[in-house]
Design a binder for this molecule. Sequence first.
Ligand code: ADP
Length: 637
Amino acid sequence: MNRPPLLAPAFALLPALRQGMWLWPFLLALVFSLTVGRWLQWSDEQEREDARRTLIADVLTLESRISEWLSGEESAARALAKNLPHPIDDATLSRDPGVAKGLRRVWISVTALDPDNRILAHVPPHTPRPDPSLQASPIDDSDLSAHLSLPTRGGGRLIVRFAPAMVLRQTVPWWLSRKYDVRLVDDYGQRIAATADARPTGGQQSYRVSMDPLMPDSFLELATRDQHKPWWQTLPMGLMVIFLLLSAAASWTLRRQMREVASATDRWRTEAAWRRAIEDSLTVGLRGRDIEGRLVHVNRAFCALVGYSSEQLLGQLPPMPYWLPESVEVSMQRHRRNMAGHAPREGYEARWQRADGTPIDVMIFEAPLVDAQGLHMGWMGSIVDITARKRSEERERRQLEALGNQARLTTLGEVASALAHQLNQPLAALASYNAGVLRSLERLQFNDPMVLGALRREGEQVTEAGRIVQRIRGFLTRRAPQPEPCQLKDIVERALTLLRRDLLRLHIPVQIRAPAGLAPVQADPVLIEQVLINLVRNAADALSGTADPSIVVTVSAAGARFLRVDVDDNGCGLGGRSIKELAEPFHSTKPEGMGMGLSICRSVIESHHGALEASRSPTGGARFSFTLPTLTEEQTP
Ligand code: ADP
């Protein structure tokens, strides 16, 4: 595959990425946890910011409230200072309703000073049993006091000490003291006063504002009570850490699993390669079929055997493309038997057809296919090509048969030769007796033409018989035929004259079609006559039982140098048999037949350099034809 050069590094990284795939879940979990952590941090900051803003707002609100309160106290003290009687003493001061009210609120003591800062009066008086009505508000020991200093009419000053803690108690609402530690502190951060339950150290956030001018050098400070939990200590963060640890453990397990799978895959690949190599090196074809008979596996030898590619074969269901079309039904029955598990253990033979139509003989051994769980998945067949073996067996059989036929032919030839030899003498004797009788009758001047004619014809027939015997003997003893120039039409007519009686008896009309002016042939007329007699006799045999029998013998020119004779009948026909089959020695379909006729005819014709053929006749039956060479100029006498 061609990869664009720019992407080449990315493709090079692919195997590494695939190998590190187990890390991906952990990395994703890490990214997710970091995102959650970042979000927690952000929302923590937001929260702190919000809390700070609220804190500042609360401090300012409280400061204004306290300032308002203190302003009230200052106004009350100012009014008292303004209306202070002169001269003044402790009793006068303590009787003043403003003093009593102030002491009941937040004042601790009221002191009147003259212009030289000498004490003129002081409330509450330092007595062992002070007047409870003039008792100042109780305050915490740790709290400090503050004072208001106001000028009096007489040029002195009125000092009103008050408890800032009481001020806080009066002004700080309950919800605020729950939320914050509220304190008043000095310049150095020293506590002046605080709400009752304020802790010495404040919360995480604090804010202070100056209480100037009503309480110079004092600050109001609010500190959050809640201990702020940093974002990394929150529950979600803890859960995220656990999640990360679990992801790491899962990734680790995944890594182990992936390694095991990878090594199992490697092992499986090696095994598959081994198996493929072994299968491909086999000369035995292998085919796997599932339980329905579908082809699921074929090896190279099998493909080579049947001539189809594995793509063409895989997935095929019966009927298979390599089955012989004419025996599909038989193959189907065999297939059903095999699928039922009844295939012979010792294997069975079958005839298939290659993709190019060549028939092949195969030997098939079937075995059940069982998977890892022991389940029967189908059938595995090993197929051996036995075509060559079959052919050689067939050749051997034919050779044996031919050998047998040859032996029978030789014997037959010898018998015929002996018979011809034996008949020769009686025939010669017959001929000479016939000649002697004729001569005697002539001498006695016996002139009955019928008797004399019969005797002469008898003499001719005897001479003819002698000739036939001689020729057959010559042929069987493998002497060459004795060709002579002759007219083929005459030979045909002579052969049919000899058969006339038989044909008349069988009511078979014979026609001769021979155009005039045909060239003479160079042939042994006796042997060609025998060929014709045999062909016409066979035609007559094939016509038995035919409603309207007829035989036509046609002589015609076959090219410039041959004449051709066709013997047509409208009988039963050849049933698809070729001349090779028909002319096999001893091939006969007749109960009394010897099966030698056509074999001898072919030998005779071939010894004349012609050819014997068999085909379907246009009249419906069989046509036997032979050719003979015409007389060449050199042969012309
Ligand atoms: P035979 O006549 O003794 O059977 P042949 O060699 O002459 O031996 O013939 C061989 C076979 O050829 C016959 O048995 C017959 O089946 C077939 N045959 C020959 N001539 C014809 C024909 N004209 N029509 C049909 N079959 C024929």
